[in-house]
Each structure stands twice: as structure tokens, then as C-alpha cells.
Ligand binder design. Structure first.
Ligand code: NAD
Ligand code: MG
Length: 390
């Protein structure tokens, strides 16, 4: 029996992970499931998978979770420290699918106990890539990508030498607004930004797809995960979302990873790695699809891509600043305090004001420093938002 834990089990990635695990209940022993405010889902899954502990990140919902699982023998806990405690419990495979920088500390804790960490939480690598890789190496843990593009690159690289890699191309659907006239973007509504043309995902990443902040995070994730230079990473808009990434080699070959837009492929690959097993995803009928199309990304429409380049150039802890400012700007758009196009303006303001993070940008990459920078950048982003709103 493999011991597995799922962090962020109630979300989109978490539910897809549960779908795969629940198909083979005899193979897995579920240690911990964690969620935030969706207590009913968390409790239901904990019972169904016979988890040892269910944790909500929301301290105020601890009593509700306890009540929901009373008499089941399943332990419950609440709050950020309880998440860390659950991550410290021995497990062989841990899914990191909390959204945002909140996923960093639990993921590092799982790596410290030597687990294989299936990383959907790209924010961990954007905020603290070197730290995550070092932690895995030091404790015999392993990091496997779950983001579809990075899983695709990882698969294209099996059996290859990194020295032969010239470039990595990750695809972007272009999100909800890829065909909108530019002047309409400032008036995009929350509802419009929350409708993805191809993928069914959590609301935050869906809006990040429309703004390309998701791809911006993924460019940085690519650099951290595969250790390539920023100028070796390209983004191409591919509206069909069937090719997830391509790796270009020094002999001119491009190896593309093709598959339906279903995260259960990347999750299942990480679950069974290094084996391949049958997965319940659609088999593509290429003749029926007919064609794949591509276009160059447009920096005017998607300033987030340019900002990601700035972050990689700046280095240090600027990834944590970028992510934190982006999370707060996204909150601002969701709450109706920022227009769609103002999200990138806020992030750029925070990125260019290094005083806002007390000169910590070049501090050593420790969890404490990353969290301090994250905190200060959030504060600076909130100030930038109030100025705009005021
Ligand atoms: P989601 O919003 O559907 O789910 C997020 C999960 O995190 C939920 O279980 C929620 O309860 C929990 N959570 C929220 N805030 C939390 C907090 N402060 N502390 C602890 N837990 C908290 O998100 P998702 O779409 O499943 O995405 C999860 C992660 O996977 C993100 O990092 C996202 O970028 C990445 N990802 C998602 C997809 C996808 O298809 N959804 C694809 C690639 C990568
Ligand atoms: Mg992705």
C-alpha cells in the first residue's frame, strides 16, 4: 500500500487526484486530506477514502469539520500549523494542490520527510524554486511536475541529456480574452474572465489564464524546474490546448507532447512515475481535430509575460514579490476594486519598488525570508490598490 496525502484535496486538482486514487482503493492508504472552506466536500472525501486525518486551513471551521466527522474515527485539525503537522506525517506520495503561496510551507515539510511531491502548486517554484529543489535533494525527496506544460516537458526529456536541449516551448491557450479587441479588456467582467475556453480549473488560475499571469508563473516555473536560461524558454499561443509543450534539441528536432486538456493525465503520470499506466483520459482522434494552430503571444495584450522576464532577470527573491503582488491584485479584481488591466499595473508597481520589501530582495532564500518578502509585497500591493481605487 502506498501512503498518499492530498493538500488542497477539495479543489480542482485535488478532486481530479481523488478521482484517480478512488479507482484503486486497495493500492493506497490515505494519510491526510486538506481543504479550506468546503467542509462538506472535505468530510465526504475523508470518509470515502478512509483518510487518517482531515485538515481545514480555516481555523474558524475546525468545529464544523470535527462535527462532520464525529464518530468516524477520522482525526480532524484546523489552521495553518495543522497543515504543517499533517505534512510532516510520513507519506510516500504527496499532492501539492493548494492554490497560492499558502502551498509552499506544507510542500517543503513533505519534502523534508522524504516524500515524492507531485507539484501542482507552481507558486512554490516561483517563490522559492532553489529552496524547494535543495530541500528535496537534502532529504531524499523528489519533485515531480503536475502542471500540464511541465509534465509534458518532463516526459519529452526522459532519456535525454539536458546539454542537448536548445529550447523549451510552453503553450498557452490564450484564455478567455485572446480574441478580444484590446480596448475592451479594461472592461472585462469577473464572469467573463472566469470562463476558460478549454480547461476546467479553479477560478483563480482561470482568471490568471485570461491575464497570462498563469503563463508568466509557468515560465518562471520552467526555469526553476529544468534549470534552463530564461532565453531558452518560449511561449506560444495554441488555442486548441492539445499540445502542452515542446522541447527543441540541438539537432533541430522538436518533441511535442500531445494530449486532451485533462489534468488527470499529468496527475496520473506523477502518481505512477516512473511507470506508465492506463489513465481514464480521452484518446485523441487527430483526423477529427483536423488542425493545430499557433500564434505569437502579444506583450501589449499580456504584459504579465514581460514582467516574468523582468523577474527572471532580477533574480533573488523577486519571484516571491511577483507572486504575492499577483495574488493581491487578483483578489482586487475578484472583489471589484481593480479593473482587469489594472492587475498588471499593480504587480509592476510593486516589482519596481524594491524599498517596499525592505531591501530583502537579495536576502538568502530561506522559508522565513520568502514569507517576509511575501508579506511585505502583499502590503505594498494593497496600498497600490487603494491608491488606484481612491
Ligand atoms: P482550486 O481553487 O480549485 O483549489 C485550491 C485548493 O486549495 C482547495 O482545496 C482549497 O480549499 C485550498 N486552499 C485555498 N486557499 C488555501 C489556503 N490559504 N491554505 C490552504 N489551503 C487553501 O485550485 P486548483 O485549480 O485546483 O489549483 C491548485 C494549484 O494547482 C494551483 O497552484 C494552480 O496554479 C495549480 N494548477 C491547477 C491546474 C488546474 O487544472 N486546476 C492546472 C495546473 C496547475
Ligand atoms: Mg499549466
Amino acid at each position: 500500500m502506498r501512503r498518499v496525502s492530498i493538500f488542497g484535496s477539495t479543489g480542482s486538482i485535488g478532486q481530479n487526484t481523488i478521482d484517480l486514487i478512488a479507482r484503486a482503493p486497495d493500492e493506497y492508504e490515505v494519510v491526510a486530506l486538506t481543504g479550506a472552506r468546503n467542509i462538506a466536500q472535505l468530510a465526504q472525501d475523508a470518509v470515502r477514502l478512509r483518510a487518517r486525518i482531515a485538515v481545514t486551513a480555516a481555523p474558524d471551521l475546525g468545529p464544523e469539520l470535527k462535527e462532520a466527522l464525529a464518530g468516524t474515527g477520522i482525526e480532524t485539525a484546523a489552521g495553518p500549523e495543522a497543515l504543517i503537522e499533517a505534512a510532516a506525517r510520513p507519506a510516500d506520495w504527496v499532492m501539492s494542490a493548494i492554490v497560492g503561496a499558502a502551498g509552499l510551507a506544507p510542500g517543503l515539510t513533505a519534502l523534508e520527510q522524504g516524500a515524492t511531491l507531485a507539484l501542482a502548486n507552481k507558486e512554490s517554484l516561483v517563490c522559492a524554486g532553489a529552496l524547494a529543489l535543495k530541500t528535496a535533494q537534502r532529504h531524499g525527496g523528489k519533485l515531480l511536475p503536475v502542471d500540464s506544460e511541465h509534465s509534458a516537458v518532463f516526459q519529452a526529456l526522459i532519456g535525454e541529456e539536458m546539454a542537448a536541449v536548445e529550447r523549451i516551448i510552453i503553450t498557452a491557450s490564450g484564455g478567455a480574452f485572446r480574441d478580444w479587441p484590446l480596448e475592451k479588456l479594461a472592461h472585462a467582467t469577473l464572469e467573463q474572465a472566469s470562463a476558460h475556453p478549454n480547461w476546467d480549473m479553479g477560478q483563480r488560475i482561470t482568471i490568471d489564464s485570461a491575464s497570462m499571469f498563469n503563463k508568466a508563473l509557468e515560465v518562471i516555473e520552467t526555469r526553476e524546474f529544468f534549470g534552463v536560461d530564461p532565453d531558452q524558454i518560449e511561449v506560444i499561443v495554441h488555442p486548441e490546448s492539445m499540445i502542452h509543450a515542446l522541447v527543441g534539441f540541438n539537432d533541430g528536432a522538436l518533441m511535442a507532447h500531445v494530449g486532451p486538456p485533462d489534468m488527470r493525465h499529468a496527475i496520473g503520470f506523477a502518481l505512477h512515475y516512473p511507470d506508465r499506466r492506463s489513465l481514464p483520459v480521452e484518446r485523441l482522434d487527430l483526423a477529427a481535430l483536423g488542425q493545430f494552430t499557433f500564434r505569437a503571444p502579444d506583450d501589449t495584450r499580456w504584459p504579465a509575460l514581460r514582467l516574468a522576464r523582468d523577474v527572471m532577470k532580477r533574480g533573488g527573491l523577486s519571484g516571491a514579490v511577483f507572486n504575492a503582488a499577483k495574488e493581491i491584485a487578483l483578489d482586487g479584481f475578484i472583489d471589484g476594486r481593480l479593473r482587469f488591466t489594472q492587475m498588471a499595473e499593480v504587480v509592476e508597481q510593486v516589482l519596481t519598488d524594491e524599498k517596499a520589501v525592505d531591501g530583502l530582495i537579495d536576502a538568502e532564500m530561506t522559508l522565513d525570508n520568502v514569507l517576509a518578502v511575501d508579506h511585505l509585497a502583499r502590503k505594498a500591493a494593497r496600498t497600490a490598490i487603494s491608491r488606484k481605487a481612491g
